[in-house]
Design a protein around this ligand. Structure first.
Ligand code: OOG
Ligand code: MG
Length: 267
């Protein structure tokens, strides 16, 4: 990847997010490959850490066929979550802080004892303390929400903000729980946790493996988003969104009405 301007690409993506202004795709013109794209993602997230944000977790992307089909990229990807990206359950965001926000239903894990590099992956029950329904608000920084694999990796996998519902102890089975995404009381998407790599627990193995390739370790106390079970839907001003996961409960998020004040992300 000689000649790729990692810092320059990260700065463009960071500016696009900070100003909620779409940019054109970058990978084709800059020759960015997957490894180079993760290096850009690292630099992009470092900009947030430099202004005082803290890493609080990892998110998986494109772990379901529905998501792969929606964006036309068919590889599992991962990105980073910071404290400032987390919106309290039932909280409000302002769509004006984003370019073309979409929401999707997720399953979240609260990590407990994650294996050290080189250590065998123990049981899921050892690695995960609790599970919760969650909502991810994604917002590609690319025009028309259109990107290649390296583009979306560089853009921190379209991460915007996320909301975690109440934590529960890990239930016996996680592999076939019903998932609903509701907008203003109407069902917008229906799915099953089986859509997430056959079983969302597999997303953790993939996260350990894929992030491990880039020297990234998962930490006790981190949140882990396993990836959306259904396609994402556009978030409109004034909308009330609920993600319902069987056995786990509900996470909810509101979009402020046009012109209303918000408690959304500071940036
Ligand atoms: C990429 C992010 C995918 C998921 O849960 O699959 C993702 C995108 O759809 O823009 O977060
Ligand atoms: Mg997601």
């Amino acid at each position: 990847m000689i000649g790729v301007d990692t810092a320059g690409i990260a700065a463009k993506l960071g500016e696009a997010a900070d100003t909620a202004t779409a940019i054109g795709q970058l990978a084709a013109e800059t020759g960015l490959d997957v490894d180079g794209a993760y290096a850009v993602q690292t630099a992009l997230v470092q900009r947030r850490l430099d202004r005082g944000e803290r890493l609080v977790g990892l998110k998986m992307g494109l772990t379901s066929r529905a998501k792969m089909a929606q964006v036309g990229v068919d590889e599992v990807i991962w990105g980073r979550l910071t404290d400032v990206m987390r919106v309290p359950d039932g909280g409000t965001v302002d769509v004006a802080d984003f370019i073309h926000p979409r929401v999707e239903p997720e399953v979240a894990f609260l990590l407990d004892r994650v294996p050290e590099p080189g250590e065998p992956v123990g049981s899921f029950a050892d690695a995960v303390r609790a599970v919760a329904p969650a909502i991810e608000l994604i917002d590609s920084r690319y025009a028309n929400f259109t990107f290649s694999l390296p583009d979306v990796i560089a853009d921190n996998t379209s991460a915007g903000v996320f909301t975690i519902g109440p934590w529960s102890p890990v239930p016996d089975g996680l592999d076939n729980l019903g998932v609903l995404l509701e907008v203003d009381g109407r069902i917008a998407q229906v799915g099953s946790t089986a859509a997430i790599l056959g079983d969302p627990r597999r997303a953790l193995d993939e996260g350990l493996r894929l992030a491990g390739r880039h020297g990234v370790r998962l930490r006790s106390g981190w949140v882990f988003l396993a990836g959306a079970a259904t396609a994402a839907v556009p978030l409109r001003p004034g909308a009330h969104v609920r993600a319902v996961v069987e056995k786990l409960g509900v996470a909810s998020l509101r979009a402020a009405s046009l012109g209303a004040a918000s408690t959304g992300p500071a940036s």
